[in-house]
Ligand binder design. Structure first.
Ligand code: MG
Length: 390
């Protein structure tokens, strides 16, 4: 039998939650996958450790001030060491790369993703902010360059799996599930006083800080709705959010005939990451099985848009279109940072986002440079708001 060629993967954000789990999978299947490029934002120590173990062609540290430390740690290893965000945007074009896993945080994923698509690399998409900020541009590039875009987000992986073998026209609705986060049971009044520690304590998923705060505010679900709209070519009103606190049903698709398909599994990101890397194959695993003794009840409820206004703003932004989702994302990045630094309260994040959406110049059909410009303007406006309100 012919041995399949190993897939060479560039992991952008290899030291984060998704990146480290992707490396677990690569370690489990060394004959199928090779980590060809690893990049990190500032954690040079972990990046150096990963590089010595996985022997990539190149590593890049975004934060220039850590470059010399990384370079020294990898001296004599034969691994190419680079520094700076421009180097990340360039390295994705490396001929040896087959697939780019975009697992960095926030807006920083946009330019490397654009470059990777233009260099005809398949994308395993974990950076949802890229599609929020520039969905229309990204999807038209994907079509133009005929590359695959495989969702890593557990909900989108679930929807993707429900649609395998189906005619897209028979899809009626996407039922996007949400855990509801740590504050699902709190009243609007109780939300006023939640702390950073409370918000970082997610009931089901172990994730990075940015997405954990976004889950607590339900901004994450709003972003995922926008992500689903672009990935599965549907209208926002065709996406229904369902709060499902057990996080076992990862999302569902309702079809024209009334049938609903769901994808279930334990809440562990290894499963959707592995599926994105191995698609259309399913690889055997020993540890990711659902223990039905622990799943006594699966419940579903509708979200509270009044308590979590950011979810509503996501619908407003995508319906408005143009650069509005990019403004939403930029404002939210500033809001999350300000909340994590304890400069603003949890309930002020939606106020800041609303203000920024109302005060950043609107562009109907933005090109990539207008998206970049919008992001900087919105960040500036949001930061000024923080400055005057704390
Ligand atoms: Mg998700």
């Amino acid at each position: 039998m012919e041995t399949p060629q190993r897939k060479n993967i560039a992991i952008l954000g290899s030291t984060g939650s998704i990146g480290t789990q992707a490396l677990d999978i690569i370690e489990n299947y060394p004959h199928l996958f090779h980590a060809a490029v690893l990049t990190a934002n500032h954690n040079w120590e972990l990046l150096a450790k990963q590089a010595l173990k996985f022997r990539p062609h190149s590593v890049v540290i975004a934060n220039d001030s850590k470059y010399s430390l990384l370079k020294e740690a990898l001296q004599g290893s034969g691994i190419n060491v680079l520094g700076g965000t421009d180097a990340i945007a360039e390295i994705v074009k490396l001929p040896v790369i087959d697939m780019v896993l975009t697992a960095m945080v926030g807006y920083s994923g946009l330019i490397p993703t654009v470059n990777a698509i233009e260099a005809r690399k398949d994308i395993a998409l974990a950076n949802k902010e890229t599609l929020v900020a520039a969905g229309e541009i990204i999807i038209s590039l994907v079509k133009k360059h005929n590359v695959k875009i495989l969702p890593v987000d557990s909900e989108h992986s679930a929807i993707f799996q429900c649609l395998v073998g189906e005619n897209r026209k028979s899809m009626r609705k996407i039922l996007l599930t949400a855990s509801g986060g740590p504050f699902r049971a709190l009243t609007k009044g109780e939300l006023e006083n939640v702390t950073v520690k409370d918000a970082l304590n997610h009931p089901n998923w172990d994730m990075g800080n940015k997405v954990t705060i976004d889950s607590a505010s339900m901004m994450n679900k709003g972003f995922e709705m926008i992500e689903a709209k672009w990935l599965f070519d549907c209208q926002p009103d065709d996406i229904e959010i369902l709060v499902h606190p057990q996080s076992i049903v990862h999302s569902m698709v309702a079809f024209q005939d009334g049938s609903i398909k769901a994808q279930l599994g334990i809440p562990d990101m290894h499963i959707p990451i592995q599926y994105a890397l191995s698609y259309p194959q399913r690889l055997p695993s020993e540890k990711y099985f659902l223990d039905w003794d622990k799943v006594i009840n699966l419940s579903f409820e509708l979200p509270d848009y009044d308590k979590f206004p950011l979810l509503r703003y996501a619908f407003d932004a995508i319906k408005k279109g143009g650069n509005m989702p990019c403004i939403l994302n930029a404002a939210n990045e500033v809001a999350v940072k300000a909340f994590l630094e304890e400069k603003i309260r949890f309930t002020r994040m939606p106020e800041l986002v609303k203000y920024t959406m109302g005060n950043t110049p609107f562009v109907v059909e933005p090109n990539l440079s207008q998206i970049i410009e919008t992001n900087s303007e919105a960040v500036k406006i949001a930061k000024e708001w923080v400055y005057t309100h704390c």
